[in-house]
Write a new protein. Structure first.
Length: 399
């Protein structure tokens, strides 16, 4: 995550702790190598920490994997109604064997937190448990992975958490940064926090309590969700790429619309087994790779009060850059092919387009100088997705 400074503290989180050892996939478009290891004994816990900006001393640290209780309640049906295919009895029986699993637990902090300055509360998402797609050695819910977490910004104490996917097997990290906005419930305004998930839903919570207020309709196609890897392979979408990945969302407060950059990319989850050899035990692991089916992007406008999709625009490539909504009824969004677009925020009508030499895969920003409003976005491409790389900053003046 990019560091953020708040009230004399530098906030920074650790990333990449949910993977361990990998086997590289020979396919160039494969999202990640397979996590391997005897019973998957690789990884470490994640954390978010605050440091004094003047002397660098650590003020507090929140560990995304609790020292005790990371097994949770062995959730079979999530709060939002998703039934998970879990052998709870087998998981409980394995607790004693893997008593140290939390010390390898994962839970990266990928994106910069959102901060409510009135309550000194920061909100952030966490990554997948470790090992990523092999759950043998991590019985339980694997708290607080794949969760939206609220902390006291002064002390680092946890106020609440909401785990989107207990015992994750698909790499459904909360990668998109949370967003703060006011939400209307039964005629009353409630401070809310929203998060666009890799699962393809937009979650809205009460900022103070963490209560789930709304889960949107799916903003990308969904098929075979939460199916476990098999030796034949299971095709799931959205998969490890999302849904919504790194892309920040934007909110039009007056229209009560949120704009989400999405990805459709079918992923095949496959079990593999390496036989015992030269005195070494057999190793079973899971891999994830694109199916070769068409992938694309979707820019979606979602009504936060109803959870319904108001409009969508399909793009040639999966969307990695975020969106920007302005008070002038515009939404800006970039694409991997170098296109930078403006849409009407109410209808999705395509109003304007510029072309960059490199992929536009960053979130746009807006600012004013000498009474003039500008739109700026970095254009640097993306190596993982194969979008042309470069080094450009695009700046446009609104007329």
């Amino acid at each position: 995550m990019a560091p953020i400074v708040y009230k004399g503290k530098v906030l920074i989180g650790i990333t990449g702790v949910g993977y361990g050892l990998h086997i590289d996939n020979p396919r160039e478009d494969a999202p990640l190598g397979a996590v391997i290891g005897v019973a998957g004994r690789f990884g470490r816990p994640g954390f978010l920490a605050a440091f004094d900006m003047n002397d660098g001393k650590r003020i507090w640290q929140f560990d995304t994997i609790p020292a005790e209780g990371w097994e949770g309640d062995f959730v079979k049906v999530t709060e939002d109604g998703v039934t998970l295919d879990r052998d709870i009895a087998a998981e409980k029986a394995a607790l004693a064997k893997y008593a140290d699993a939390a010390s390898l637990g994962g839970g990266s902090v990928w994106s910069t937190p959102a901060i409510d300055v009135e309550t000194d509360t920061l909100y952030f998402g966490t990554g997948n448990p470790s090992p990523q797609m092999n759950d043998v050695s991590r019985p339980g819910d694997n708290l607080y992975t794949v969760s939206l977490i609220a902390l006291d910004a002064n002390t680092g104490e946890r106020k609440w958490h909401y785990q989107q996917v207990p015992h994750d097997l698909w790499g459904y990290d909360l990668a998109s940064p949370p967003v703060l906005f006011d939400y209307t419930v039964d005629g009353e305004t409630v401070p809310a926090v929203g998060q666009a998930s890799k699962t393809g839903w937009f979650y809205i919570h009460d900022r103070q309590t963490g209560k789930l207020l709304k889960k949107s309709d799916a903003f990308v196609p969904q098929e075979n969700m939460f199916a476990k890897a098999t030796f034949e392979g299971e095709v799931v979408y959205p998969g490890i790429l999302g849904g919504s990945n790194w892309s920040p969302v934007s909110v039009d407060q007056k229209k009560q619309l949120v704009y989400v950059s999405g990805i459709h990319s079918p992923i095949k989850y496959t079990l593999h087994e390496t036989p015992a050899k030269n005195g070494n035990p057999p190793i079973r692991y899971a891999s994830s790779e694109p199916t070769g089916d068409p992938s694309w992007g979707l820019l979606s406008a979602i009504d936060v009060n109803t959870g319904k999709i108001v409009w969508q625009n399909k793009t040639e490539q999966p969307l990695l850059g975020g969106s920007l909504a302005t008070a002038g009824d515009l939404v800006f969004m970039g694409e991997g092919n170098g296109r930078f677009n403006a849409y009407h925020s109410s209808t999705g009508e395509h109003l304007w387009q510029a072309q960059s030499e490199f992929g536009v895969n960053a979130p746009p920003i807006t600012y004013t100088a000498d009474g003039v409003q500008y739109i700026a976005v970095a254009s640097g491409g993306n190596s993982i997705m194969g979008y042309k790389q470069g080094d450009a900053m695009l700046v446009y003046k609104l007329k």
